[in-house]
Structures are given as C-alpha cells and as structure tokens.
Design a protein. Structure first.
Length: 675
C-alpha cells in the first residue's frame, strides 16, 4: 500500500529518518550544534477519522482526523525535524469503531480504520488510553498486533495464536501488567533512533543522530471502569514509581531525549499509585524532557483557561510548561494538533533543551475566522469502504416514535431522551431478577440514565432524535457509549447519596442576588444521573450546598427510609466507581450483564415498536424545589429550541439571550423556579 507520505502533498516533508549508524553519527556531534525538533501530538481521537457525525448522518467540520492530518502535513513542511505521537483513547468512540468491534468484527488480517490512516500518516509511536479497553483485551490484542499473555475472563474470545494486523508504529504502555506473568502487556517504552537536520557552530547544515526514548502510561482507574474485562486479569503499578524505574534505564541505553506520553491530566492532590491524573507529579520525575498528555478533553497551553488543573503551582498555562517540562494537551476528536517545538543544543556530547527557545502550542483545525482547515482527501479515500458500511449499519430501522427525543433541556427537566433508556434498563433488570435472582424479587427496580450530550462542544452537541422512524444510529445517539448494563443493590440512604452526587451538575444559587446566575456548573452532563419512574419522586434544591439538595424523596407516595432497599440499573462505568459516586465501588453489583446498554435499548425499542410521548417521554421523577430568585437564573442550550422546551411541558423556560456570543451556536435561556 502506498503511504500518504509518498503523495505530492508530502513531497516537501522532511521526516526524522531511521539511522542504523547511530554511533558513527553521534561521534560527529560537536558542542554548540543546534537542532529543532517538533513533537506533534494527537489525543482522544475516539475513532473520529472523518469530519462526520454518524448520529446525524452529516458532515461535522469541527472534528475529524482528516483535518488534523492537514495540520500534521503543514507542520512537517514547517519543521525540518518532526515526530508524530498519539496519546490514546484512539480506537473507540464512534459508530465506526462499534461497527468494526461489535457488529462486523475485523478479521486478524484486517487493520482497524483508525490505525489504517495513522499508519499512512507515519506515526512514530503511541500510548494507550482508558477507552482502548472498552471492547475487551482480546479485541485490543488483535487490533494492536500484540499477543497478550493473560488469562481472559469468561466470555472473551480467545486471543489469536498469531500476531494480527495493527499499527506500523510501536504502542507502549508501562503501567499495566498481566496477573499471569507479572509483565507489562505492551512494551513499557521504546527508544527510537533518528537523524536530525542540524546546524553546526559554523552555520553549516549537518546530519546528526539522536535517540528518543518514549514511555507511556494509562489511568489506573481502568481497573474500575472496565472491570468486566480486567478484573483479576491485569493490574497497574504506580506511574511515578515506574517513571523513576524506567527513565534511568532508558538513559543507560543511550536515550538523549525522554518523551512521556501519559493519558491523564494534572492533579496536585497527594500522589497515590491509583491517582487518575498523575501528570503534575510525573513532571517532577528527573529526566523527562517533554510530556504529551490528554484524557481531560482540554487544550493546554491556554492562557485563558479557568480549569483548576491548569492553574496549579508550577504550571505555566500560557507557555505550556509543568514544573519546567514542556507539556501539551491537544483537545479531543481531532480538533487540535499539539506541537512542542524543542530547541536542542549539543553540550559535552549530550543534547540539552534550550527552554528559552522552546515553544509549546495547540493548533486548532478551526481558523481564527471560524472557517476550518480543509481535510486531507487521502484519509477519506483510505477508509471509504468502512465508512459506507457504517452508514448502512446505523440506518437500520428498529421502530418509530411520535415525539422527538432530545437532551436540549435535560438539565431543567425534559426527560424525552432519558426515559426510554431507563425503561429499557428497568425491563431488562426486572426480567433478569425474576429469572435468575429470585432472592431479590421483592425489591423495587429503578434505573438511572444521563444526558450524555449537553452542549459541551457547542449547539450541535445534543441528542436529537426526530419523531418518526428510529434507526440504530438514533439508539447510539440516545446511548453514546458502549457500556454494559450493570445493576446494583442500594439502600434508601445510598440512593439519596447517589442523587446528591448527580446534583453536582448545578451551582448553588443565592436567591437574594439580583444579577444573573448560571444554574449549571462544570460537572459533565454524563454525571447527571436521573430517575424517570412514576413510582419515585424527589426534588433538587439548588439553594442548598452539595450534599443537602435532595428533598422529598418518595416511593409510591411514602418517604424513602434510609434502610429501604432498591435495585438500580446503571452501567459498568458507574457501578464500578466511575464518576466518584459515593458507595458505588463495584461491591454493590448484583448483575454484571455482558449486554451493552445500547443493545438493551435497541432490543427494547424493537419490542415496543411504537413509542409515544405519553408512555415513553413524560415520567419525570425529579423537579427543582421552588425558588423565588431576585435575579435571572440561566442556562445554555442550542439556539432556537424554545419550542422543544414548551412541547416537553417546561412552561417556565424562556429565551434570555438568543446568542451567547461564543460562536458555537448556543443561546442563553432563563428558568423561573418560582413556578
């Protein structure tokens, strides 16, 4: 197969090339020799190969690796020396990835679409994120071309006896080890021999050698988030401890530069080996020359950022340094290319970084004038067959609805996109209990669902399933992630704590303020778990502090006793501790289904055939406690959607500002909580 790099678009690109005579070249490097090396990062691509929304079946110019590829091309033309790395969360996240993993699984000889285009773009190395494990270890082993030495959990397909097609570049991961042999599943690090175009002291161009060591880490929380695949099969070691172990080893093998690819953000809380975002501590390990980070779906450097993780001691959010280490985080879904332009100088036979001349930046695919860089056509060409097959798959009809199911106003009470999920999950668990868990037959079955899409990425980032035929892509829009259905047994007190944690979605409101107050805080929409059940009712008092907001918790008209017991349907992520909900740590799970929540939803809709707003879109268990606020209480949603709120019965919602000024298609709405 011809590489993209052979196309005319790349004719002028100069890459760091492999060097087999490193020792000879190394001897020629004299003090004062200078070179620039651009480290390019993608992260959290989530299989967004194309600028395409499989839920809406339309182009989405704001995302897509095909546009990031254009930035990569431009950077390679700009810099004499460049290396391209991926941070992880690469192979999961779109209907395309689900199709290749679950609907029409790849054969051993086939290369995953995401890896296919990355191969053609000539990546130098990559790390592993938490979402790489969503489809199980057998699938990950196959598509990465690595034969894991593990004892798989029951239900997993055996690992192929042969090495399968995968990326042409090394994937490394230091902190995940097999219980079977106590060894890392991937190589913990790799040392890459490369040749630089440099400038000697006399100003003449020279070619010199360099060894670049690359080590990678994944969040230790994967053991909770994908417990169904990983429990008892693998374990993690501490990121900081392993860096302290391997970096001296890499340097002893001649590594001139150490690049740490760590799928996580920054957290200054006391370090523990299980810390999810350990990179603030990792940057303090001696020997790391550059950090490529991710997981948080944010941009770093960003001088204007108000994110707590970028406003910590030792973090320069304007220049992109963490404890003096050049660091970049390149957003998500291909929106941004991270660039660390290292300025190197040879001193005493070693390369060192001139930090005063090192530049860190995040280059977006959206231009300053709001247009977008063009896609690299060869990317779409390379995976057109997979793309078309995915579109055909997601168009498969499964039922119909007489009302639109949306998340535009989920934050203020519209349950049209959540109730059907809760109904499907409740039905599944109730039938399972009746058939297999008779000891729990007397317990009420509830279900929680979250609005996964609540405008984080702008006005198009909402669930919107129009009235009419329902297809598989609509079910995927209603349930965004390939989680599996779990059920937990909780007490009344535990249920209240769960709902209290979900109410973190809202800011604490001061009713005396006459100025505008934003109702919704920074907690992601996917943490706003809500129940939609005729038998359960509760109120959220946003004037109270977190922990004291859930009031009037009633079941069948009677107060819920702290000792009462319920079965609650949810997903593996939440049941195993995802989202830091009190009491949910995996110990309360009574059902760990192999079926995905999405498949459960699809089957429920197929059985129901026709959905109606009366039966499937109005059972709102929760309401806000009444608040007589002196000033306006506001929240954001897509522009021009007030009729959606009215149709859902939200007569206390009005338009405050038709445009929030962000340029992302959002409006500001007002809610009157006195009604």
């Amino acid at each position: 197969m011809k590489r993209f790099l052979s196309l005319s678009l790349f004719a002028s690109v100069v890459l760091l090339s492999a060097c087999s005579t490193t020792g000879e070249h190394r001897a020629l490097v004299v003090d004062g020799t200078r070179a620039e090396v651009a480290l390019l990062e993608t992260t959290d691509l989530h299989s967004n190969v194309l600028s395409y929304d499989y839920f809406r079946l339309e182009e989405d110019k704001a995302v897509g690796f095909e546009r990031t590829a254009t930035l990569i091309t431009q950077a390679r033309k700009q810099f004499a020396n460049s290396m391209l790395f991926d941070n992880g969360d690469t192979i999961q996240g779109t209907a395309l990835s689900d199709y290749q993993a679950q609907v029409n699984p790849l054969s051993c000889k086939e290369t995953l679409a995401m890896y296919k285009v990355m191969n053609e773009m000539g990546y130098d190395a990559g790390g592993i994120g938490n979402h790489e494990f969503n489809y199980g270890l057998s699938f990950l082993s196959q598509v990465t071309g690595n034969r894991f030495n593990v004892n798989l959990r029951e239900g997993e397909k055996p690992i192929s006896a042969q090495s399968c097609a995968g990326p042409n570049f090394p994937l490394v991961l230091a902190n995940l080890l097999s219980v079977k042999d106590r060894l890392p599943l991937f190589k913990p690090y790799v040392i890459l021999d490369r040749t630089l175009k440099a400038v000697a002291v006399d100003g003449k161009p020279v070619n010199v050698a360099i060894k670049v060591g690359v080590i990678a880490f994944t969040p230790p929380k994967i053991l909770d988030w994908d417990k169904r695949w990983l429990d008892g099969v693998v374990y993690t070691d501490g990121i900081k401890e392993l860096a302290e172990k391997y970096i001296p080893e890499m340097k002893a093998k001649g590594a001139d530069l150490i690049v740490a690819i760590s799928h996580g953000g920054l957290d200054a809380n006391p370090y523990t080996p299980s810390l999810e975002n350990a990179n603030w501590h990792l940057a303090q390990v001696p020997g790391i020359d550059a950090m490529l980070i991710g997981h948080s779906h944010q941009v770093f450097p960003n001088a204007a950022s108000t994110m707590n993780q970028f406003n910590l001691p030792g973090v320069d959010k304007a220049k992109g340094f963490v404890h003096g280490v050049p660091t970049v985080m390149a957003n998500f879904w291909g929106k941004t290319l991270g660039v660390i332009q290292l300025n190197l100088v040879s001193q005493g036979g070693q390369w060192s970084i001139d930090k005063a001349k090192t530049v860190v930046e995040a280059r977006p695919i959206q231009n300053a004038d709001k247009t977008f860089v063009p896609p690299l056509p060869a990317v779409a060409t390379a995976i057109m067959a997979e793309h078309q097959a995915t579109i055909a798959y997601v168009k498969t009809p499964i039922g119909s609805s007489d009302f639109p199911m949306t998340s535009y106003f989920a934050d203020v009470g519209d349950v049209s996109a959540m109730q059907i999920v809760n109904q499907a999950q409740t039905d599944y668990v109730a039938r399972y209990v009746k058939a297999s868990l008779p000891q729990y037959a007397s317990l009420p079955v509830l279900s929680t669902a979250s609005p996964f899409k609540t405008g984080f990425a702008g006005g198009t980032d909402f669930t919107e399933v129009a009235a009419g035929d329902i297809a598989i892509n609509h079910a995927a829009d209603l349930y965004l992630f390939p989680n599996t259905l779990y059920a937990v047994k909780v007490t009344g007190a535990g249920l209240k704590d769960w709902l209290e944690a979900a109410s973190r979605r809202f800011r604490q409101i001061d009713p005396k303020l006459t100025t505008e107050q934003s109702l919704v805080g920074t907690a992601p929409g996917y943490t706003f778990d809500m129940i939609t059940n005729k038998d359960l009712a509760y109120e959220i008092d946003v004037t109270q502090a977190q922990g004291s907001r859930i009031t009037s918790l009633m079941y069948k008209g009677a107060p819920v006793a702290p000792t009462a017991e319920f079965i609650v349907a949810t997903n593996n992520y939440r049941a195993s501790g995802g989202g830091n909900f009190p009491g949910l740590d995996g110990t309360k799970t009574i059902i760990a289904s192999p079926d995905t929540n999405r498949d459960v939803l699809i089957q429920y809709i197929k059985t129901a055939k026709t959905l109606t707003r009366k039966n499937n879109g109005l059972d709102r268990s929760w309401h806000f406690a009444k608040v007589n606020a002196a000033g306006p209480l506001t929240f954001k949603s897509a522009q021009g959607k007030l009729p959606v709120a009215i149709a859902a019965g939200l007569t206390n919602v009005s338009v405050f500002k038709a445009d929030d000024g962000s340029g992302k298609g959002l409006a500001i709405y007002q809610i009157d909580l006195s009604k």
